[in-house]
Design a protein around this ligand. Structure first.
Ligand code: NOJ
Ligand code: NOJ
Length: 550
């Protein structure tokens, strides 16, 4: 990754390198990755991938052609150049979960469940309402967001799976009644409305609307709930599905199955800022439609099953390929707006249930690696050396929503502000790595491709650090496979350690300061707790998957 000044739109960046004997032997092009910092800074991150081969590499310099001029950057003047050091591989078979993280989670998870639950129907709200952050906050989070509440209820469902706590079933009952009320109220953009008031009435102020991930995530939360709480019990499922006027699932799915809804480029993204066809939104729709079609089939509702499956097929075939650029090997967040974004990681953990763009997808691992590196110049905390917590243990790079974010979490935030790392973004990385390892274990093998090789061989904190790894397929008994799984656990734990370190306790805000590292933004963001709960669940599932193999 290199940083260049944005002198003009058209530019060519070339990297020249010498082999391990110091002979200038090759050149390869670099390509654009992201804008850095604020719009008026005019710097950009570019990335290069050179096929070095067995001749090796010892140094490089950068050639930059722009506006009829050629500039050279060789680091420090004539004859100097950037040295490339090759660090020895970590010993194969080492690595695995970190004890400090296991210990911390023992306290942090019960606290997260408590804090999450106290944001469900707190005082002065209607039953079923999930406020986005704890009531004490002075800014604008005392609303029921459709996206946040769906992700929160889905996380709570995972707690139900482990504890069979019946009070969670009754919380779903309240959430269903509120949802039915909202579906039958005339809201500004109908089922595309992003948030409502805590008494269940509509919010009519200015906002980026519609946001069509909401109805999809909500439908998925209910489908997953009925499949878990009432498997094969149509008499319990139908009142939640459709049979009476209490049903909520069919309404949401019929809304998002409409081609005009899912292909509209005037939908707002999950960050409530931009309009395009977005990967996160589209895949949340497609996944809800698939899950809904399976449920419809089991209930004998073949008309809806066919309609929803057809829409999901259309998305899979005609839309999902548009988000991957084979020449940069990157997945972009939107069709016209292909920037790198944490939404790609969130999509992997929440929506990519059958693999495409999911945690084990080589393109996803490569993209998240590049995105993490692109945030190195963005946040001061990433430039600390060594990058460790107060006990000297390694922490991850900080991850925020996207490069150049302005939103600092305060109600008065403006374009003059700078965004920060988000706890839920850091936790999404941890969850991706745990889930990737679990997927490789269940496949009993892993394929290293040109798309994920850099992630696998890249240095910490962003990569797995397996320097000697080559493209190829490795079965479950190979040392390469075992090293990849062990390093994924270790890397995932560095992300959780960042949360432990920057939260400074069990309470999770929305953000932590990009330079000082102190927690900021709203207190007790409900979605942060949901993110910790699902990351921990992925870690526990991975522990079990690992022990089954012994
Ligand atoms: C509030 C939104 O929730 C947030 O995502 C956005 O960045 C700010 N408004 C600024 O538009
Ligand atoms: C701002 C975030 O950008 C958005 O995704 C979220 O729904 C709201 N805050 C509420 O948490």
């Amino acid at each position: 990754m290199i940083t260049i000044q944005d002198i003009a739109f058209q530019k060519a960046v070339t990297v020249h390198y010498s082999n391990s004997n110091g002979v200038w032997s090759g050149a390869c092009p670099a390509f654009w990755v992201a804008h850095i910092g604020q719009d008026d800074n005019h710097f950009e991150s570019w990335k290069f991938v050179c096929n070095i081969g067995s001749a090796g590499i010892s140094q490089f310099y950068v050639q930059y052609d722009v506006a009829g001029q050629t500039y050279y950057d060789n680091g420090c003047g004539m004859g100097c150049n950037y040295p490339v050091s090759v660090t020895p591989p970590p010993s194969i078979g080492s690595g695995g979960f970190a004890n400090d993280i296991t210990d911390w989670l023992r306290g942090a998870i019960p606290a997260a469940v408590r804090n999450l639950r106290s944001n469900i129907h707190p005082a002065n709200t209607n039953p079923g309402v999930v406020v986005a952050a704890s009531p004490g906050n002075v800014n604008n989070y005392f609303f029921h967001w459709i996206r946040d509440s769906s992700l929160v209820m889905t996380a709570l469902l995972s707690v139900y799976r482990q504890t069979a706590d019946q009070s969670i079933v009754s919380l779903f009952g309240d959430y269903q009644s509120l949802t039915r009320q909202l579906q039958t109220t005339k809201l500004l953009t109908g089922l595309g409305e992003p948030k409502v008031q805590v008494d269940g009435t509509d919010f009519t102020g200015d906002w980026c609307r519609p946001q069509n991930d909401g109805a999809a995530l909500r439908a998925s939360s209910f489908v997953r709930f009925v499949n878990t709480a009432f498997p094969h019990d149509a008499s319990q499922v139908l009142p939640i599905y459709n049979a009476t006027n209490t049903g909520v699932i069919v309404t949401d799915l019929n809304y998002i199955a409409d081609r005009d809804v899912y292909t509209s480029n005037s939908n707002c993204d999950l960050w409530e800022e931009r309009r395009d066809v977005y990967l996160f939104t589209l895949m949340s729709q497609r996944t809800a439609l698939r899950e809904g079609a399976a449920l419809a089939t089991s209930l004998g509702d073949s008309a809806n099953a066919q309609k929803w499956a057809a829409a999901a097929n259309d998305i899979d075939t005609n839309w999902l390929p548009k988000f991957y650029n084979p020449s940069t090997q990157l997945i972009g967040r939107g069709v016209s707006d292909p920037a790198l974004d944490t939404a790609i990681a969130l999509n992997a953990i929440h929506n990519a249930i059958d693999g495409t763009y999911g945690p084990a997808d080589d393109r996803l691992l490569g993209t998240l690696y590049t995105f993490a590196l692109s945030l190195w110049p963005e946040y001061g905390v990433n430039q600390r050396r060594p990058l460790v917590d107060s006990a000297g243990l390694p922490v991850s790079f900080a991850i925020g929503r996207y490069n150049g974010d302005h939103y600092n979490g305060s109600a008065s935030s403006s374009k003059a502000d700078t965004g920060n790392p988000w706890f839920l973004a850091v936790l999404a990385y941890a969850e991706v790595y745990y889930k990737a390892a679990a997927a490789f274990l269940s496949q009993n093998g892993v394929t290293v491709t040109n798309a994920n090789l850099q992630f696998m061989t890249g240095n910490r904190p962003a990569g797995l650090g397996l320097k000697n790894l080559k493209v190829g397929t490795y079965g479950g008994n190979t040392p390469e496979f075992q090293a990849i799984v062990a390093q994924l656990k270790e890397l995932g734990d560095t992300y959780v350690r960042s949360v432990k370190y920057h939260a400074g306790g069990f309470n999770l805000n929305e953000q932590y300061n990009r330079d000082s590292g102190f927690a900021m933004g709203v207190n007790d963001l409900t979605w942060s707790y949901a993110a910790l709960i699902t990351a921990n669940l992925a870690r526990e599932n991975l522990t079990q998957a690992s022990s089954r193999r012994r």
